[in-house]
Design a protein around this ligand. Structure first.
Ligand code: UDP
Length: 321
């Protein structure tokens, strides 16, 4: 049994990770400022002896007497509408100050620390599919830069703490992920399309819908994260974690309509600035080093996610009455 800190623990990925680690018998400390995270994602864990929640913003320093074995650093708004606009500066601070504070904590505890980086470090990729050695094509002054450059800076901090401070680091680059515990209001494509379809609202495709993404089901991603954390000492990554199946956004909309049996219409809206044209991970490194590859295909993952959102929408509308 290990003592493990999960920052961003009430968010989509964080809460799924907390459930996995509690089930594995570890002592889990879940930390979040609940800016985009939701307590409802972890309510069922609060009664577990091996789980506790601490409300804290990782932009502030943090210390704890209890020895930490591992830190998963997930805290950061991750949906474009959540990190852009008036929250952009908070996003950069969370990436950068948060990384420093958590790396300092890892140093004190001699804990292994895993950074959840992102496919966004590749920006608008000129290489396809993306391999870890590709250095990316990011607009440093665009509306996505707070997240893209924030996460890039965090990676550089992780590698400097590894080189100069002897911190045991692990870095994964997460591609688009979906599944239960996504926030219905967070504005990402999978949650938007499913909620729109279930409510009979128009399905909003931004641009012509020919841009592509690779969608990984959350359970597969969490498995990769845990494998990376427990990988051979000295293996730092970065490692791409995602599902190499690539779909256009239009194909995704059609799948959601078909699976929900919705009468919703597909409508087209403006494409946001700097929206990447294509994205697909090369996962050869994850296969070789972590013996990992995803198992849940998009059709199956959508089925499970639609079930989750059906219940979520019923609960939200009951609470609103
Ligand atoms: N998108 C869309 N309709 C929506 C939300 C998103 O067409 O209601 C598009 C978005 O422009 C992007 C893709 O879907 O091309 C994925 O968007 P998301 O915000 O989920 O993640 P991203 O990969 O852009 O970070």
């Amino acid at each position: 049994m290990k003592t493990i800190l999960v920052t961003g623990g009430t968010g989509f990925l964080g809460s799924n990770l907390c459930h996995r680690l509690v089930n594995d018998g570890h002592k889990v400390i879940c930390m979040d400022n609940n800016y985009t995270g939701r307590m409802s994602n972890i309510n069922d864990l609060l009664s577990c002896d091996n789980f506790r929640f601490i409300k804290h913003d990782i932009c502030e320093t943090f210390s704890i007497d209890e020895h930490l074995d591992q830190i998963y650093n997930l805290a950061c708004p991750a949906s474009p509408p959540a990190y852009q606009g008036k929250h952009s500066i908070t996003t950069t601070k969370t990436c950068v100050f948060g990384a420093i504070n958590m790396l300092e904590l890892a140093k004190v505890h001699q804990a292994t620390i895993l950074q959840t980086s992102t496919s966004e470090v590749y920006g608008e990729p000129l290489m396809h599919p993306q391999v870890e050695s590709y250095r990316g094509n990011v607009n440093p002054i665009g509306i996505r830069a707070c997240y893209d450059e924030g996460k890039r800076c965090a990676e550089s901090l992780f590698f400097d703490y590894y080189r100069h401070e002897g911190v045991d680091i692990k870095v994964i680059r997460i591609f688009n992920t979906y599944g239960p515990n996504m926030d219905p209001h967070d504005g990402r494509v999978v949650s938007n399309f499913i909620c729109q379809a279930l409510k009979g609202e128009n399905i909003t495709i931004y641009g012509n819908g020919l841009q592509t993404r690779s969608f990984c089901y959350v359970d597969d991603l969490i498995e990769a994260m845990v494998r990376m954390m427990n990988s051979q000492k000295g293996f730092t990554g970065p490692v791409n974690t995602g599902n190499p199946g690539e779909f256009t956004i239009k194909e995704l909309a059609e799948k959601v309509v078909a699976q929900t049996g919705s009468l919703s219409k597909i409508v087209y809206k403006d494409l946001p600035a700097d929206d990447p044209t294509q994205r697909r991970p090369d996962i050869s490194l994850a296969k070789a080093k972590l013996d990992w590859e995803p198992h849940v295909c998009l059709d199956e993952g959508l089925k499970r996610t639609i079930e989750y959102f059906r219940k979520e929408i019923i609960q939200l509308s009951a609470a609103a009455e």
